[in-house]
Each structure stands twice: as structure tokens, then as C-alpha cells.
Design a protein around this ligand. Structure first.
Ligand code: COA
Ligand code: AMP
Length: 636
């Protein structure tokens, strides 16, 4: 760490990206060196390390065993919901992954085949991801909080040969049987995976369909271990579906080579951890944070990763995070601000902290949603360690902006995730595509090429990738976030420019929820907005206009709408409130004024848009929202 190290690295990464990333790539073990660091021949689609051959699983597991780390813990599984703490060494992980990969191979899975994982936070989930990587199969993890319809949509798009799941997940004290959800998803899907490999957990037994469903333990035990299969650096490692602006999720593709190089670089340079350190990302393997920082990043770096099956509060109390940090010697923790808001709400003075020795704890990293300065300050004061906000998204796979603590710790400015990380040429553009002056808001864009590890495309959909991200401003990647850069170059991420909202750090599409509401027989028109929430950051709220002649009690209709979203999208949508209105405010061209409704609901000042069709509707909306406790302070 030295003064100016960040600036030097940043400048070099933009002036000589190939030199910068070729140097970083030395830390990865290659089967065959690349021909070209950056292949721009199909721009705007770029490929990193073209011609290179490697295996991600080898880099994340086997090579650490070969280097003498076999007895070091690779994974610490800490599950307060089942009372289990398990230490899995690199040697044991290698054995389990090879065995699982052999089982997949026995089921006919080969390189390029897709495998969907619908799994709770258990070691077998990591084993399955790494097992796919070992034989070049492409995994696609679906978050457990999604309903069968969402799972079916992903199965239809990925067309997996095998689905891997478990008998249940555990949410706090609730046991959630996963297998009936999977069965329902398969009934609804048009693709037919040949097999489902089911992990039977002691808390629930899943019924297996003979022929199709196989018991994990028996199948894996009978398999012959599989060796690592070398694959092209540009081959897909995984597909991770994320919310777009409609109900159809986007299949973000991650490649092998660029991903391994970039993630390994981040472990030291952003998080300041090295082989042997204990690193904990308190997220879920269903999200990108889980992919990058529960599984691949820490394991590529030879760290010990903590796999936590619990919540920040209630399992059993708001001291759970401190207990895990102290018990396992965690050096760096990564989570979403909402987790800290939950802890702060239950234990505002941080009294539970006093029970634990956190002397080995060095830094807290936050991402997934805007980090409010109050939460940042609370965590800083209570923990006495740097609290680092960083900004990224499923598409990039690693931080676009952050404070690269391993390079040089820059001053923290609350409300800002600091500066662009080396590799990302971030620009703030106005509607015409011109850069705006410092301090002025605009669309946050990244000048192409994106660095290694970012999505090369969408699954089977180059055109969709280009249309959604690369067309609005030719030569730039459109992040979908709006914000500004201050005079010191610090970035501020203020809002999304599309219909995506962030609920408890979970990315959700309001468009997807609107599609569900619109399918209710009594609904003529609807809109879903994200309203401010002190715990979850944002919560979805539906505004519905009923068809003429509907006389049923509004409360019944709202109850049905809430249930429909839960059934079709899942509990994770946290859609619990809706209100019936007479009309929705629109522009003269018919566009619903969601942003204005959000400001009214949040009680923030708003301007009546000049393009509004009928300004009187805003007053009606304010009145309707007040009946459910919103719009308390606005000028509506
Ligand atoms: N399987 C099944 N259901 C799930 C689930 C899973 N894997 N994950 C969440 N759900 C359910 C929850 O049980 C809840 O159901 P409910 O409406 O019946 O209570 C619903 O989905 C909403 O979940 P969530 O938004 O997580 O709310 P919560 O009240 O259970 O917990 C927090 C709130 C803040 C404690 C929790 O969101 C949290 O710890 N978040 C921070 C960490 C994180 O996950 N970050 C993600 C990206 S870094
Ligand atoms: P996801 O793809 O689920 O990781 O969500 C990505 C989105 O979350 C981004 O596009 C932002 O809108 C938001 N986000 C992530 N990190 C931050 C952050 N540090 N500050 C503000 N918003 C963030």
C-alpha cells in the first residue's frame, strides 16, 4: 500500500488494459496461455484471454491442495438454523467436488451442458457449482426465494440436462420444502431435464420420482471421481439470471478466464485478503455476491470462505454476525446495508458486540443497494473498522466503484462508493451522450471494453445484450444507474433509470410484478413503484385501477394481488401492499409517471411534470396513498 498506488493502477488499467490484465493473469494457473489478452474483433462484443485454456475448479480448489494448503479450511459452514458448524478442508473439498463431478458425468453431463441449482445455503451447493466448473458444465443457480414460475422460466431458457436441489431450505425457524416447488416448476416448464439430483436434508424428506429423481448421497457415493476438464477461457462458467425491466429475466453469462483473473485481482486489491485469511460474504449463493464472494473469489485466492445459513437477526439474535466473526476469525465481511439496518434496529447501541472479541476483524464491505450515511456511520462507530461501500451489479460480477483497500485506502465519503475501480472507465452522460460537468447528475456508463470478468453477453442472446446495454450510447455500457461524480472524482449512485428496485439488497423488476397484477381479472391497469423503507431500503407498492363495474371489496382484491405475486414471483418480492386508485397519472403520450408517484409516496418534494395529462390525478394518488400510511409530507 502506498500513496498514489490507486491513481497509478487506475491510469495504467485504462492506458494499457492488455498489459495490466496480462500481469494480473499471472496469478491464475493456465493449461495454455492466451493468444490475445483482449479480442476486439467482434466489437462491441469483446472477449478476454482468447485462446487461453484453464479450469476454474482447478484454480479454486486443486491447486491449493497441490501447493500444500490441503489441511487448511476452504469452507466453514456455519448454520445457526440447524445448529451445525462444519470445517471443510481444501483436500476434503477437492474429494467431494471430484466425486460430485463424477456423478454428473455419470448422468451424461459434459462440457457446455447446463445444470440448474435450486439450493439452500449448504456446502453441497458450493460442491455442485465447483463440480460443474470441474467438467466444464455451465451452472445456473436460482435463488431459493423464487417461486416455481420463476424457476420454470429459467429452466426454459437454460434448458438444463440436470437440476440439482434439496429437500428443503430453512428461513429462520421455518422449514421450506423445495422439492414441491421444483416439481411444480418442472410441470410448468417446456424443457425436460433428464434427472434431478436431490439432497435429502434431515429436516424434510423429499418424494423422489422414480427414473427422473435421484438421491444425492447414493448417486455421488457410487460415482468415480472426475478430473478437471480444461476449457477455453472464453467458454461460459455460469449463467445467472437477473431482473430486467420485464418479467423475463436476463441470463448474464460469465466466462472462465476473465472471471478468474478479475476475481483473484479483487481479493488482494479491493478486499486486502490473501491465502489463509478468513473471508465472509453474508449473502446467498443465488445472488451474484454469493457467486463471486462466497464461492469463486475467496477460493481462487486460497482463503477460507464462510458459508452462513442464517440471518443477521433472529438466528438467534442481533449478535449473530459478531459471533461468526469472532468464532471463525473473519478478517473481512461483505454484506448488504439492509443487514446492518436490521441489526441496528434490534440492538441500536450495539450492546451485543461487547460479548465478542473482534480484534482480528479488519474491514466491512457493503454493496447491493445505496448505503445510507446513517448506517455507514453506525457501523463505523460500533465496529471501529473501515466501512467500505462499493458499487456493482450482476452484470459486472465485481466492483465498478470502490475503495481499493489493498492498493491504497482512500478517504471514505459517506454516501459515495468512492472512485472507479481499475479497469472501469466510468463516465456520466446526459441524454445526448455528452459528459456532464462534475457535480451534475446523468446516466452512469462505462466506456467499452468492460474489464475481464464482466458479462461478455447474455445467454443465447447477443442481440438482447447489445440492445439493452450497448445501444443507448454507442461505445459505452449503460449501467442502468444514475448518479454523479464530485470534484474529487468520487461517484454517487442515486437511482435506477429503469423499473428495477432494490428490496433488502435483492434486485427485483417492478415490470415483472405489474405483469402479475395485470393478470388479475378485476384489474384494468396497474403500476408498481418502489417506496422508501427504513429496513429494506425499498418495498414494492402496487397501484391498481379496477375494471368498470367491479364492486368487490378492495381489501379482498388487494389480498388476492399480494398472494398472486407471492405465488408467481416468490416471497422474496416482499410485495405486501397495494391500493386501488381511480386513475393513474400519465404523460400526454401515455407513459405512467412512476417517478412522480414514488416521490409522492415517499413524502419528498416533487414537481408536476410539464407533460402530465391531467395534474389533478396527483392529488387523488396522494389521497389514496395516505389511506395506507404513505404520502405523509409531500406537496401532493
Ligand atoms: N428461500 C425461501 N424463502 C426465502 C429465501 C430463501 N432462500 N430468502 C428469503 N426468503 C423469504 C423470506 O423468508 C421472506 O418471507 P416472508 O415474506 O414470508 O417473511 C421473504 O422471502 C423476503 O425475504 P427478505 O427480503 O430477505 O426479508 P426478511 O424479512 O426475511 O429478512 C433481512 C430481512 C434484512 C434480515 C435480510 O434480507 C438480509 O439479511 N439481507 C441482507 C443480506 C443479503 O441477503 N443480501 C443480498 C445481496 S448482498
Ligand atoms: P444486483 O445486480 O442484484 O447486484 O443489483 C445491482 C444494482 O444494485 C445496481 O445497478 C444498483 O442499482 C444497486 N447497487 C449495488 N450496489 C450499490 C451501491 N454500493 N450503491 C448504490 N446502489 C447499488
Amino acid at each position: 500500500m502506498s500513496a498514489g498506488a490507486y491513481e497509478r493502477a487506475y491510469r495504467r488499467s485504462l492506458e494499457d488494459p492488455e498489459g495490466f490484465w496480462a500481469e494480473a493473469a499471472q496469478a491464475v494457473t493456465w493449461e495454455r496461455r492466451w493468444d490475445r489478452v483482449l479480442d476486439a474483433s467482434a466489437a462491441p462484443l469483446y472477449r478476454w484471454f482468447a485462446g487461453g485454456v484453464l479450469n476454474t475448479c482447478y484454480n479454486a480448489v486443486d491447486r491449493h491442495v497441490a501447493a500444500g494448503r490441503g489441511e487448511q479450511a476452504a469452507v466453514i459452514y456455519d448454520s445457526p438454523v440447524t445448529g451445525v458448524v462444519q470445517r471443510i478442508t481444501y483436500a476434503e473439498l477437492q474429494r467431494r467436488v471430484a466425486q460430485f463431478a463424477g456423478a454428473l458425468r455419470g448422468l451424461g453431463v459434459t462440457a457446455g451442458d447446463r445444470v440448474i441449482l435450486y439450493m439452500p445455503m449448504v456446502p453441497e451447493a458450493l460442491v455442485a457449482m465447483l463440480g460443474c466448473a470441474r467438467i466444464g458444465a455451465i451452472h445456473s443457480v436460482v435463488f431459493g426465494g423464487f417461486a416455481p414460475q420463476e424457476l420454470a422460466t429459467r429452466i426454459n431458457d437454460a434448458r438444463p440436462r440436470v437440476v440439482v436441489s434439496a429437500s428443503c431450505g430453512i428461513e429462520g425457524r421455518r422449514v421450506i420444502p423445495y422439492k414441491p416447488l421444483l416439481d411444480e416448476a418442472l410441470r410448468r416448464s417446456t424443457a425436460s431435464p433428464e434427472h434431478c439430483l436431490i439432497l435429502q436434508r434431515p429436516l424434510a424428506a423429499a418424494e423422489l420420482q422414480p427414473g427422473r429423481d435421484l438421491d444425492w448421497h447414493a448417486t455421488v457415493a457410487a460415482a468415480a471421481p472426475a478430473e478437471c476438464v480444461p476449457v477455453a477461457a472464453t467458454d461460459p462458467l455460469y449463467i445467472l439470471y437477473t431482473s430486467g425491466t420485464t418479467g423475463i429475466p436476463k441470463g448474464v453469462v460469465r466466462d472462465h478466464g476473465g472471471h478468474a483473473v478479475a476475481l483473484l485481482w479483487t481479493m488482494k486489491n479491493i478486499y486486502n485478503v490473501s491465502a489463509g485469511d478468513v473471508y465472509w460474504a453474508a449473502s446467498d449463493i443465488g445472488w451474484v455476491v454469493g457467486h463471486s464472494y462466497i464461492v469463486y473469489g475467496p477460493l481462487l485466492a486460497g482463503c477460507t470462505t464462510v458459508l452462513y445459513e442464517g440471518k443477521p437477526v433472529g438466528t438467534p439474535d442481533a449478535g449473530a454476525f459478531w459471533r461468526v466473526i469472532a468464532q471463525h476469525g473473519v478478517k473481512a465481511l461483505f454484506t448488504a446495508p439492509t443487514a446492518f439496518r436490521a441489526i441496528k434496529r434490534e440492538d441500536p447501541d450495539g450492546t451485543l458486540l461487547q460479548k465478542y472479541d473482534l480484534r482480528g476483524f479488519e474491514a466491512l464491505f457493503l454493496a447491493g443497494e445505496r448505503c445510507d450515511p446513517d448506517t455507514l456511520k453506525w457501523a463505523q462507530e460500533r465496529l471501529g473498522v473501515p466501512v467500505i461501500d462499493h458499487w456493482w451489479q450482476t452484470e459486472t460480477g465485481w466492483a465498478i466503484a470502490g475503495n481499493c483497500t489493498g492498493l491504497e485506502r482512500l478517504t471514505v465519503k459517506p454516501g459515495s462508493p468512492t472512485k472507479a475501480v481499475p479497469g472501469y472507465d466510468v463516465r456520466v452522460l446526459d441524454e445526448a451522450g455528452d459528459e456532464v460537468p462534475r457535480g451534475q447528475s446523468g446516466n452512469l456508463c462505462i466506456k467499452l471494453p468492460l474489464p475481464p470478468g464482466c458479462l461478455p453477453t447474455l445467454w443465447n442472446n447477443d442481440r438482447g445484450y447489445i440492445e439493452s446495454y450497448l445501444t443507448r450510447y454507442p461505445g459505452y455500457y449503460l449501467s442502468g444507474d444514475a448518479g454523479y461524480q464530485d470534484e474529487d472524482g468520487y461517484l454517487y449512485i442515486m437511482s435506477r433509470i429503469d423499473d428495477i428496485i432494490n428490496v433488502a439488497g435483492h434486485r427485483l423488476s417492478t415490470g415483472g410484478m405489474e405483469e402479475v397484477l395485470a393478470s388479475h381479472p378485476d384489474v384494468a391497469e396497474c403500476s408498481v413503484i418502489g417506496v422508501a423503507d427504513a429496513l429494506k431500503g425499498e418495498l414494492p407498492l402496487g397501484l391498481v385501477v379496477l375494471k368498470a363495474g367491479v364492486t368487490r371489496p378492495h381489501a379482498d382484491i388487494v389480498r388476492e394481488l399480494v398472494q398472486m405475486v407471492r405465488d408467481r414471483i416468490g416471497a422474496v418480492a416482499a410485495f405486501k401492499q397495494a391500493v386501488v386508485v381511480q386513475r393513474l397519472p400519465k404523460t400526454r403520450s401515455g407513459k405512467i409517471l412512476r417517478g412522480t408517484m414514488k416521490r409522492i409516496a415517499d413524502g419528498t418534494e416533487y414537481k408536476t411534470p410539464a407533460t402530465i395529462d391531467d395534474p389533478a390525478i396527483l392529488g387523488e394518488i396522494g389521497a389514496a396513498l395516505r389511506t395506507i400510511g404513505y404520502a405523509q409530507r409531500s406537496n401532493g
